[in-house]
Ligand binder design. Structure first.
Ligand code: TYD
Length: 248
């Protein structure tokens, strides 16, 4: 579990680039990365951010739960399991509170100034982890979602799909067997399988927003798929605006 502070996280993932004049879109683009444990999202987001920055796009890399100072305070409460005894509804409200702060303090301002925002987990994680496997009433979840995002729907969502047994094996390798699994990772394989099915159901229901990426492939193949999908979406969205705002 990574509970490092938001300042550390943002600084590590958004290094200052001396002398670089970033390429801002006339209006930003908001991409979210979703999926179960150990699907390799973080590695792929990092690779995509590097590739986009090399092409001089202005990229903001962020994550949930967290991503703003207020949300980061709530992250620790959620991932340590401190809120677990109070039930999934309490956790869902806390995720929504964190998301609202993150949207208003970080995501919306970045999109409005023309950045490409890459966010590691967002509303679909709440739909799946709290809504489906937390057993919360869908109407309650839908209301919370609207309050939390306040219209800030992702332009594009990549759903990293992997067999949960393989994902959990990778997640254990990544954190090292000395460190314990976090509040959500430690749940049963059956719950992780239900989450996989729920993510795929979202992708099937919202094909205009969601793309399923086969995360069992090797990292270079996954990178290729992600890069192709994202650049195609950017081109399809605003090819002329991209050209107009490109640096000389
Ligand atoms: P984290 O260690 O940040 O990352 P990873 O994405 O690599 O798993 O863990 C975040 C955990 O929080 C993860 O188990 C999913 C869970 N989560 C929810 O249950 N609901 C949410 O809305 C979000 C954003 C995350």
């Amino acid at each position: 579990m990574d509970v490092s502070s938001n300042a550390d996280y943002l600084e590590r993932n958004n290094p200052l680039q001396p002398g670089q004049r970033p390429f801002r879109l006339a209006l930003g683009f908001f991409i979210t990365f979703e999926g179960g444990e150990g699907a390799g999202k973080s590695t792929q987001i990092d690779r995509l951010a590097r590739k986009m920055r090399a092409k001089k796009y202005d990229v903001l890399l962020t994550r949930e739960p967290g991503g703003s100072p207020g949300a980061e305070a709530v992250r620790h409460v959620l991932l340590s399991g401190a809120a677990e005894p109070f039930g999934p509804k309490m956790e869902a409200v806390l995720f929504a509170a964190a998301r609202s702060d993150h949207v208003e303090q970080v995501i919306r301002p970045a999109v409005e100034r023309g950045s490409i925002v890459l966010c590691d987990r967002f509303l679909d994680s709440s739909r799946v982890y709290q809504g489906v496997t937390g057993g919360i009433d869908p109407a309650f979840m839908a209301t919370l979602e609207q309050v939390a995002i306040n219209g800030m729907m992702p332009d594009m969502t990549l759903i990293f799909d992997i067999d949960p047994a393989e994902g959990l094996r990778r997640a254990t390798l990544r954190r090292g067997s000395h460190a314990g699994a976090d509040r959500f990772e430690k749940e049963t394989l059956a719950i992780h399988q239900a989450r996989r099915a729920a993510f795929l159901a979202i992708a099937a229901a919202e094909p205009e927003r969601c793309i399923v990426v086969d995360a069992s492939a090797d990292p270079d193949t996954v990178e290729h798929v992600v890069t192709a999908a994202v650049f195609a979406a950017l081109e399809a969205r605003a090819p002329t605006r991209n050209r107009q705002t490109a640096p000389a």
